[in-house]
Write a protein that binds this ligand. Structure first.
Ligand SMILES: Nc1ncnc2c1ncn2[C@@H]1O[C@H](COP(=O)(O)OP(=O)(O)O)[C@@H](O)[C@H]1O
Ligand SMILES: [Mg+2]
Length: 375
């Protein structure tokens, strides 16, 4: 473990001080004060522990970790939800998310962002949840999401170009649909392709650069978690490794006209997950898959920290119940070494989490959702 790299520099942490929810998922009204160290949220299943973690994620990213449809996040029967958070990020900053009548606004210190994009990258959080296995088991979109999320947090040009690429791609697909089988002025498509290729090429270059820096850390964390000599690999796959996007688009124009959409580009990239030379999805055991995704998240944590000079907020969902004790023990080893900053952890059993944390000296705070609120 490269402890020295972490210990050498003094990092100020990203910290959420307070959180106030109205009508967010099952929380009609909820106020939580957090400590700077370990914060444990306990309560039976369905009491809204994960929803609180998701609200914290929402404050950082202007969207839910689990559900992209904001309307479904409003508590049943109400018209709006709001999430208000007070952060300490050198100075105190308050972020207010409000979703009402189908419209979302995000305000920083009382002032609405003109574009939600402008909020991205201000606060980093890393979410470790049992649901992460979708990263391995689902399609390539999940893995692109992981890549994009990791890069966007600390690279504004990437964020802007990726967003431009998506816009141009929609335009190109609409164009191909509109002219299905009919002749059209190629100059129009050429102009669009020129812009699309430029944005896509930048995204490709950044993804490739990111992977180079990210992989060694990821492998180190995998070895740390498992203590085994297995070889975990991440392979960035993209058609752009072979040809520039401008040429790929040109070569495939006839196909694209037939299928009426753009069949090549960085929106098709993937990250192949391999273990000992075999695809993890097909051959990995449940334990190996879990170690793999936790290692990805820990490497993400360190990546953000190295880029921003601050420790992100760590959100740990159900780790003592859903991952086995040796991996949970390894995570606690990192906690004990002060590797993380602020942590918010959930568990169904207060006693279990207290037992796991009893050796750890950090400041601890407990919130039991099965008890009526004190305030
Ligand atoms: N829009 C919503 N309105 C009301 N309840 C919701 C909404 N979305 C989710 N829930 C409820 O939230 C609860 C689950 O919360 P969750 O945070 O996953 O619980 P926990 O992590 O404590 O097990 C479920 O009972 C679910 O029905
Ligand atoms: Mg939960």
């Amino acid at each position: 473990m490269r402890q020295t790299a972490v210990a050498e520099i003094y990092f100020c942490n990203m910290q959420l001080l307070r959180l106030q929810l109205f009508n967010y998922k099952n929380h009609a009204e909820r106020f939580v004060e957090f400590g700077s160290g370990l914060n444990c949220i306990t309560g039976p299943n369905g009491t809204g522990k994960t929803n609180i973690l998701d609200a914290v994620y929402y404050l950082c990213n202007a969207k839910s970790f689990f559900n992209g449809i904001d309307q479904q996040l409003i508590i049943h029967g109400k018209e709006f939800f709001s999430i208000h958070g007070w952060f300490n990020n050198d100075v105190e900053t308050d972020i207010l998310v409000n979703f009402t009548k189908g419209k979302k606004t995000v305000k920083k210190n009382g002032k609405a962002y003109p574009r939600l994009l402008d909020h991205i990258g201000l606060f980093q959080s890393v979410f470790i949840t049992p649901y992460d296995i979708s990263l391995v088991l689902e399609g390539s979109e999940e893995r692109r999401r992981f890549l994009d999320f990791s890069i966007c947090q600390t690279n504004r040009t990437y964020l802007e170009q990726l967003s431009l690429y998506k816009k141009l791609l929609d335009q190109r697909n609409a164009f191909l649909k509109k002219f299905e089988g009919r002749s059209f002025d190629p100059v129009l498509l050429e102009a669009l392709d020129h812009q699309l290729a430029k944005a896509g090429q930048l995204v490709f270059d950044e993804r490739r650069r990111f992977m180079e820096g990210f992989i060694p850390g990821f492998q180190e964390f995998y070895a740390f978690l498992t203590g085994e000599s297995e070889i975990p690999e991440l392979l960035y796959t993209s058609e752009l490794h072979g040809l520039p996007l401008s040429e790929i688009l040109q070569q495939n124009i006839d196909r694209d006209r037939v299928i009426q959409r753009t069949g090549s580009g960085i929106h098709k990239d993937d990250m192949e997950l391999m273990l000992n030379g075999f695809p993890l999805k097909k051959y990995g055991s449940q334990g190996q898959i879990k170690s793999f995704v936790i290692a990805l998240k820990l490497a993400q944590f360190r990546y953000f920290q190295e880029k921003t000079g601050k420790k992100p907020i760590l959100l740990l969902d159900d780790i003592f119940e859903k991952i086995d004790s040796s991996r949970a023990g390894k995570l606690m080893e990192l906690v004990a070494k002060d590797f993380f900053g602020q942590i918010i952890i959930t568990d169904t059993h207060a006693e279990r989490v207290k037992e796991h944390l009893k050796e750890i000296e950090a400041e601890k705070k407990f919130l039991d959702l099965s008890r009526p609120a004190q305030n």
